[in-house]
Design a protein around this ligand. Structure first.
Ligand code: KIV
Length: 266
Protein backbone atom coordinates (compact mmCIF):
# COMPACT_ATOMS: atom_id res chain seq x y z
CA UNK A 1 0.00 0.00 0.00
CA UNK A 2 1.33 3.49 -0.88
CA UNK A 3 2.43 5.39 2.22
CA UNK A 4 0.46 8.54 3.05
CA UNK A 5 2.71 11.52 2.44
CA UNK A 6 3.54 13.75 5.43
CA UNK A 7 2.39 17.29 4.68
CA UNK A 8 3.94 20.64 5.49
CA UNK A 9 1.21 21.23 8.05
CA UNK A 10 2.92 18.95 10.56
CA UNK A 11 5.57 21.70 10.91
CA UNK A 12 3.18 23.84 12.95
CA UNK A 13 2.14 20.79 14.98
CA UNK A 14 5.80 20.13 15.80
CA UNK A 15 6.28 23.70 17.02
CA UNK A 16 3.13 23.45 19.14
CA UNK A 17 4.38 20.19 20.65
CA UNK A 18 7.92 21.51 21.22
CA UNK A 19 9.52 19.07 18.75
CA UNK A 20 12.40 20.19 16.53
CA UNK A 21 11.88 20.53 12.75
CA UNK A 22 14.63 19.21 10.48
CA UNK A 23 15.15 20.08 6.83
CA UNK A 24 18.00 19.38 4.40
CA UNK A 25 18.61 20.27 0.78
CA UNK A 26 18.37 17.84 -2.13
CA UNK A 27 18.93 18.53 -5.81
CA UNK A 28 18.63 15.04 -7.33
CA UNK A 29 16.54 11.87 -7.10
CA UNK A 30 19.14 9.59 -5.51
CA UNK A 31 19.90 12.01 -2.67
CA UNK A 32 16.16 12.54 -2.16
CA UNK A 33 15.72 8.78 -1.97
CA UNK A 34 18.30 8.12 0.79
CA UNK A 35 17.30 11.29 2.69
CA UNK A 36 13.75 9.92 2.69
CA UNK A 37 15.02 7.12 4.91
CA UNK A 38 16.05 9.66 7.55
CA UNK A 39 13.55 11.32 9.84
CA UNK A 40 13.47 14.65 8.01
CA UNK A 41 10.40 16.92 7.88
CA UNK A 42 10.87 18.31 4.38
CA UNK A 43 13.43 18.41 1.58
CA UNK A 44 14.42 21.79 0.22
CA UNK A 45 15.39 22.20 -3.42
CA UNK A 46 17.45 25.26 -2.54
CA UNK A 47 18.77 27.79 -5.01
CA UNK A 48 22.05 26.85 -3.27
CA UNK A 49 22.19 24.40 -6.17
CA UNK A 50 23.96 27.35 -7.82
CA UNK A 51 26.98 26.85 -5.53
CA UNK A 52 26.70 23.11 -4.91
CA UNK A 53 25.75 21.74 -8.34
CA UNK A 54 26.53 24.46 -10.87
CA UNK A 55 29.74 26.00 -9.46
CA UNK A 56 28.48 29.59 -9.36
CA UNK A 57 29.71 32.08 -6.74
CA UNK A 58 26.20 33.36 -5.94
CA UNK A 59 22.64 32.12 -6.30
CA UNK A 60 21.68 34.94 -8.67
CA UNK A 61 22.09 33.04 -11.98
CA UNK A 62 19.60 30.28 -11.03
CA UNK A 63 16.61 30.18 -13.38
CA UNK A 64 13.02 28.99 -13.01
CA UNK A 65 13.75 26.19 -15.52
CA UNK A 66 16.62 24.93 -13.35
CA UNK A 67 14.61 24.97 -10.11
CA UNK A 68 11.67 23.35 -11.91
CA UNK A 69 13.89 20.55 -13.27
CA UNK A 70 15.67 19.87 -9.96
CA UNK A 71 12.36 19.93 -8.07
CA UNK A 72 10.86 17.42 -10.51
CA UNK A 73 13.75 14.96 -10.06
CA UNK A 74 13.82 15.39 -6.27
CA UNK A 75 10.07 14.72 -6.12
CA UNK A 76 10.67 11.55 -8.17
CA UNK A 77 13.19 10.25 -5.64
CA UNK A 78 11.48 11.45 -2.45
CA UNK A 79 9.20 9.10 -0.59
CA UNK A 80 6.70 10.11 2.06
CA UNK A 81 8.37 13.48 2.58
CA UNK A 82 7.25 16.93 1.43
CA UNK A 83 9.43 18.81 -1.07
CA UNK A 84 9.76 22.61 -0.97
CA UNK A 85 11.10 24.47 -4.02
CA UNK A 86 13.09 27.68 -3.61
CA UNK A 87 11.88 30.54 -5.79
CA UNK A 88 14.91 31.87 -7.68
CA UNK A 89 16.03 35.48 -8.00
CA UNK A 90 13.56 37.57 -10.05
CA UNK A 91 10.87 34.89 -10.16
CA UNK A 92 8.67 36.69 -7.60
CA UNK A 93 9.88 40.31 -7.28
CA UNK A 94 8.40 41.75 -10.49
CA UNK A 95 4.76 41.45 -9.49
CA UNK A 96 2.56 39.11 -7.40
CA UNK A 97 0.88 37.71 -10.55
CA UNK A 98 4.20 36.50 -11.91
CA UNK A 99 5.09 35.16 -8.45
CA UNK A 100 1.94 33.05 -8.27
CA UNK A 101 2.41 31.82 -11.85
CA UNK A 102 5.97 30.70 -11.06
CA UNK A 103 5.04 29.16 -7.70
CA UNK A 104 2.13 27.40 -9.41
CA UNK A 105 4.48 25.96 -12.04
CA UNK A 106 6.70 24.46 -9.30
CA UNK A 107 3.65 22.82 -7.71
CA UNK A 108 1.69 21.89 -10.83
CA UNK A 109 4.48 20.73 -13.14
CA UNK A 110 7.31 19.80 -10.79
CA UNK A 111 5.23 18.37 -7.94
CA UNK A 112 6.47 20.63 -5.09
CA UNK A 113 4.42 20.73 -1.89
CA UNK A 114 5.26 24.38 -1.25
CA UNK A 115 7.69 27.16 -2.09
CA UNK A 116 10.25 29.21 -0.17
CA UNK A 117 10.78 32.91 -0.89
CA UNK A 118 13.54 35.23 0.32
CA UNK A 119 12.60 38.75 1.39
CA UNK A 120 10.90 41.09 3.81
CA UNK A 121 8.30 43.80 3.22
CA UNK A 122 9.02 43.69 -0.54
CA UNK A 123 7.57 40.18 -0.88
CA UNK A 124 4.47 40.50 1.30
CA UNK A 125 2.04 40.99 -1.67
CA UNK A 126 3.58 37.95 -3.40
CA UNK A 127 3.31 35.80 -0.26
CA UNK A 128 -0.39 36.78 0.09
CA UNK A 129 -1.12 36.06 -3.57
CA UNK A 130 0.61 32.66 -3.53
CA UNK A 131 -1.09 31.75 -0.25
CA UNK A 132 -4.44 32.78 -1.77
CA UNK A 133 -3.73 30.24 -4.50
CA UNK A 134 -3.51 27.59 -1.74
CA UNK A 135 0.23 27.08 -2.12
CA UNK A 136 2.12 26.84 1.19
CA UNK A 137 4.85 29.48 1.45
CA UNK A 138 7.94 29.40 3.65
CA UNK A 139 9.48 32.86 4.15
CA UNK A 140 13.23 33.49 4.42
CA UNK A 141 14.67 36.53 6.16
CA UNK A 142 17.81 37.60 8.04
CA UNK A 143 20.60 37.06 5.53
CA UNK A 144 19.00 36.92 2.09
CA UNK A 145 21.66 35.53 -0.25
CA UNK A 146 19.75 36.78 -3.30
CA UNK A 147 20.39 40.34 -2.01
CA UNK A 148 24.17 39.79 -1.92
CA UNK A 149 24.97 42.61 -4.36
CA UNK A 150 23.11 45.10 -2.19
CA UNK A 151 24.51 43.68 1.06
CA UNK A 152 28.10 43.65 -0.18
CA UNK A 153 28.73 40.07 0.96
CA UNK A 154 27.34 37.24 3.09
CA UNK A 155 27.34 38.97 6.46
CA UNK A 156 25.50 38.30 9.71
CA UNK A 157 22.35 40.45 9.73
CA UNK A 158 20.40 42.11 12.56
CA UNK A 159 23.38 43.02 14.72
CA UNK A 160 22.23 46.53 15.67
CA UNK A 161 18.95 47.16 17.55
CA UNK A 162 17.52 48.97 14.48
CA UNK A 163 18.49 46.15 12.11
CA UNK A 164 17.10 43.57 14.53
CA UNK A 165 13.79 45.46 14.69
CA UNK A 166 13.49 45.39 10.88
CA UNK A 167 13.97 41.60 10.84
CA UNK A 168 11.35 41.20 13.59
CA UNK A 169 8.90 43.32 11.59
CA UNK A 170 9.59 41.27 8.49
CA UNK A 171 8.95 38.04 10.39
CA UNK A 172 5.66 39.38 11.80
CA UNK A 173 4.56 40.58 8.35
CA UNK A 174 5.41 37.21 6.77
CA UNK A 175 3.31 35.42 9.37
CA UNK A 176 0.47 37.90 8.83
CA UNK A 177 0.67 37.38 5.05
CA UNK A 178 0.15 33.63 5.47
CA UNK A 179 3.65 32.11 5.54
CA UNK A 180 3.55 28.68 7.20
CA UNK A 181 7.15 28.91 8.50
CA UNK A 182 10.15 31.21 8.23
CA UNK A 183 13.81 30.42 7.57
CA UNK A 184 16.07 32.70 9.64
CA UNK A 185 19.54 32.84 8.15
CA UNK A 186 22.71 34.17 9.85
CA UNK A 187 21.30 36.34 12.60
CA UNK A 188 22.34 36.53 16.27
CA UNK A 189 20.89 33.64 18.28
CA UNK A 190 19.19 35.97 20.80
CA UNK A 191 17.25 37.69 18.00
CA UNK A 192 16.26 34.33 16.46
CA UNK A 193 15.03 33.14 19.85
CA UNK A 194 12.93 36.30 20.39
CA UNK A 195 11.31 35.90 16.97
CA UNK A 196 10.70 32.21 17.63
CA UNK A 197 9.00 32.95 20.96
CA UNK A 198 6.83 35.70 19.47
CA UNK A 199 5.60 33.92 16.32
CA UNK A 200 2.94 31.22 16.15
CA UNK A 201 4.48 29.76 13.00
CA UNK A 202 7.77 27.81 13.21
CA UNK A 203 11.18 29.33 12.61
CA UNK A 204 13.85 27.23 10.92
CA UNK A 205 17.38 28.45 11.53
CA UNK A 206 20.59 28.30 9.54
CA UNK A 207 23.37 30.11 11.37
CA UNK A 208 20.75 31.44 13.80
CA UNK A 209 21.46 29.39 16.93
CA UNK A 210 19.55 26.69 18.75
CA UNK A 211 16.60 28.82 19.86
CA UNK A 212 14.78 28.26 16.55
CA UNK A 213 12.00 25.69 16.14
CA UNK A 214 14.14 23.76 13.68
CA UNK A 215 17.33 23.66 11.65
CA UNK A 216 18.08 23.50 7.94
CA UNK A 217 21.46 22.85 6.32
CA UNK A 218 22.85 22.23 2.87
CA UNK A 219 23.31 18.45 2.82
CA UNK A 220 26.68 18.70 1.07
CA UNK A 221 27.95 21.03 3.83
CA UNK A 222 26.91 18.58 6.55
CA UNK A 223 28.54 15.65 4.74
CA UNK A 224 31.84 17.45 4.19
CA UNK A 225 31.84 17.81 0.38
CA UNK A 226 33.57 21.19 0.60
CA UNK A 227 37.16 21.89 1.59
CA UNK A 228 36.41 24.80 3.91
CA UNK A 229 33.34 24.52 6.15
CA UNK A 230 31.30 27.65 6.93
CA UNK A 231 31.28 28.79 10.57
CA UNK A 232 27.68 27.69 11.16
CA UNK A 233 28.16 24.24 9.62
CA UNK A 234 29.23 21.14 11.49
CA UNK A 235 30.68 18.49 9.18
CA UNK A 236 29.27 15.14 10.26
CA UNK A 237 31.33 13.23 7.74
CA UNK A 238 34.46 13.69 5.65
CA UNK A 239 33.01 12.88 2.24
CA UNK A 240 35.54 14.86 0.18
CA UNK A 241 38.63 13.14 1.59
CA UNK A 242 37.05 9.71 1.70
CA UNK A 243 35.93 10.07 -1.97
CA UNK A 244 39.44 11.18 -3.01
CA UNK A 245 40.98 8.22 -1.14
CA UNK A 246 38.52 5.80 -2.80
CA UNK A 247 39.26 7.12 -6.30
CA UNK A 248 43.02 6.95 -5.70
CA UNK A 249 42.68 3.35 -4.49
CA UNK A 250 40.67 2.51 -7.65
CA UNK A 251 43.41 4.02 -9.85
CA UNK A 252 46.14 2.11 -7.97
CA UNK A 253 44.22 -1.17 -8.28
CA UNK A 254 43.64 -0.69 -12.03
CA UNK A 255 47.33 0.09 -12.53
CA UNK A 256 48.33 -2.95 -10.46
CA UNK A 257 45.96 -5.24 -12.41
CA UNK A 258 43.94 -5.94 -9.24
CA UNK A 259 40.67 -4.52 -10.59
CA UNK A 260 38.59 -5.93 -12.20
CA UNK A 261 39.21 -9.33 -10.66
CA UNK A 262 37.30 -12.60 -11.10
CA UNK A 263 34.42 -11.39 -8.91
CA UNK A 264 33.72 -8.38 -11.17
CA UNK A 265 34.17 -10.19 -14.48
CA UNK A 266 31.58 -12.04 -16.64
O1 KIV B 1 19.14 27.63 -0.97
C1 KIV B 1 19.22 27.06 0.13
O2 KIV B 1 19.76 25.95 0.24
C2 KIV B 1 18.64 27.73 1.28
C3 KIV B 1 18.87 27.20 2.63
C4 KIV B 1 20.07 26.57 3.01
C5 KIV B 1 18.04 27.76 3.69
O3 KIV B 1 17.99 28.69 1.12
Amino acid sequence: MKKIKKTLFHLRKKKDEGEKIISLTAYDALTASWLSECDIDFLLVGDSLANVVAGYETTLPVTMDQIAYHTEIVVRGAENIPVVADMPFLSYEINPEEAVRNAGRLVKQSGADGVKIEGGMNIIPAVKKITDAHIPVIGHTGLKPQAVLQLGGYKVQGKTPAAAEIIKEEARALQEAGAIAIVLECIPSGLAQEITEELNIPTIGIGAGKGCDGQVLVTHDLLGWFEKPKKFVKQYSDFRNSAITSVRTFIDEVNAGEFPNQEHTF
